[in-house]
Ligand binder design. Structure first.
Ligand code: GLU
Length: 416
């Protein structure tokens, strides 16, 4: 197999999309229509900072495709959240919602900023300004934002409030809200829970006993920390984790409660006394059953894929494995469970939240968790079955299933 050279994040999604189109025999017109986003909005966000100076941030909302339902996807606050990155993530959301078969399209937002260096007042001002700037293109039946890297339930509460100022009380315009404002039980931990369910299914499929299976988690934010907790509960041994502060390993299994207490008091996992320090590159190269990259895109690339020592790579983050790296892993017999399947738990519970908001009828946690498990396990089985039947990777299978559903929805609605 030829190893693809390194690509930008959007080129990578287009590469997988094109592969799926070739496999499905999608014609050039539909391919051209579906490849690029339907709409890209760039806004300037002037914010009066606490020191009295004016700073102008740049925000984006990119709507990729809405053939299967309102545009859906998170809003990322990060210094590298540029147009290219947001475009890639928007496209990935189209395929993710289609794969788990929930009635949404794909979109993503982003503001280039460093939220960790901003005060709560500055963040609120920026978020409200962003919401007012994109008010015309979002809405309960148009486009429904949610949290992503650098944003959280508080960010969504500000977005909902700003949108509601112009449109009347509208809880269903964003998901991932606090419970008091119409959030869903289980939404905060949903992505990590989904990751753990996909590991459980893969353990069965690849015949790796879950009890005492060794797990390495890169990124200990909302996705990685919940995934680690659920996997620990399932009997796995979490032997190393890292975040921006550094990494820590303990071959006997990390004490996650102790680690969380350390994180709460110091702001990072670095320096935790229950293990030895490791660098990020050392962590990625550790021998383990499941390696879960749950931080940012591009963590595993052509330059370090040869060092990976896991039996399976499980993409908790969005596009953490580049196409070049996946080719190397595939050659080395290390399967990669793709982001659009592994981290779809978040948007799936976002769908439940949206449904509860529309119906003004809350669900309990038990129902949320049951429906989440049903949807994700069904998606896993479909991807596994197609991958086996056609002797293709899990990612190729997932993209083929997703692209086929969106193509059908586009065709049924008729081309101009
Ligand atoms: N940001 C999450 C993702 O990448 C969740 C999106 C949502 O809930 O709309 O899937």
């Amino acid at each position: 197999m030829a190893i693809p050279t390194e690509m930008t994040p959007f080129q990578a999604v287009v590469y997988y999309f094109d592969q799926a189109c070739d496999r499905l025999g999608v014609n050039d017109e539909i391919r051209a229509l579906m490849c690029t986003p339907d709409r890209e909005v760039r806004v300037e966000l002037p914010v009066r900072m606490d020191d009295g100076g004016l700073q102008v941030f740049i925000g984006y909302r990119i709507q990729h495709n809405n053939a299967r339902g309102p545009y859906k996807g998170g809003v990322r606050y990060h210094p590298e959240a540029d147009e290219e990155e947001v475009r890639a993530l928007a496209s990935l959301m189209t395929w993710k919602t289609a794969l788990v078969d929930i009635p949404f399209g794909g979109a993503k937002g982003g503001i280039q900023c460093d939220p960790r260096s901003m005060s709560s007042r500055e963040l609120q001002t920026m978020t409200r300004r962003f919401t007012h700037s994109i008010c015309q293109i979002i809405g309960v039946n148009r486009d429904v934002p949610a949290p992503d890297v650098g944003t959280n339930a508080q960010t969504m509460a500000w977005m909902m409030a700003a949108y509601s100022e112009e449109n009347g009380y509208s809880p269903g315009v964003v998901t991932g809200k606090p419970m008091e404002l119409g959030g869903s039980p289980g939404r905060n931990e949903a992505t990590g829970k989904g990751v753990s369910l996909m590991v459980r299914e893969a353990a069965e499929g690849f015949q790796i006993p879950l009890r005492d299976a060794t797990v390495v988690v890169q990124g200990f934010g909302n996705v990685g920390s919940w995934a680690a907790k659920y996997l620990d509960q399932m009997g796995c041994r979490i032997i190393a984790v890292s975040d921006v502060s550094g990494g820590v390993r303990n071959g006997g299994g990390l004490d996650l409660d102790g680690l969380q207490a350390h994180l709460d008091s110091t702001g990072g996992v670095f320096g935790f006394s229950g293990g030895d320090a490791v660098t990020n590159e050392e962590l990625l190269a550790l021998e383990c059953d499941f390696l879960v990259p749950a931080a940012l895109g591009g963590a595993i690339h052509s330059g370090n894929a040869a060092n990976i020592n896991a039996r399976l790579v499980v993409e908790g983050a969005n596009h953490p494995v580049t196409p070049g790296a996946e080719a190397v892993l595939t050659q080395r017999g290390i399967p990669c469970l793709p982001d659009l399947l592994v981290n779809a738990g978040g948007v799936t519970v976002s769908y439940f939240e949206w449904a509860q908001n529309i119906q003004r009828f809350p669900w309990d946690l038990e129902r949320v968790n049951k429906e989440l498990e049903d949807i994700l396990v069904r998606a896993y089985r479909a991807v596994e079955e197609k991958a086996k039947a056609e002797n293709i990777t899990f990612r190729e299978s997932a993209f083929a299933i997703a692209v086929e559903r969106v193509v059908r929805a586009v065709e049924l609605q008729g081309l101009p």
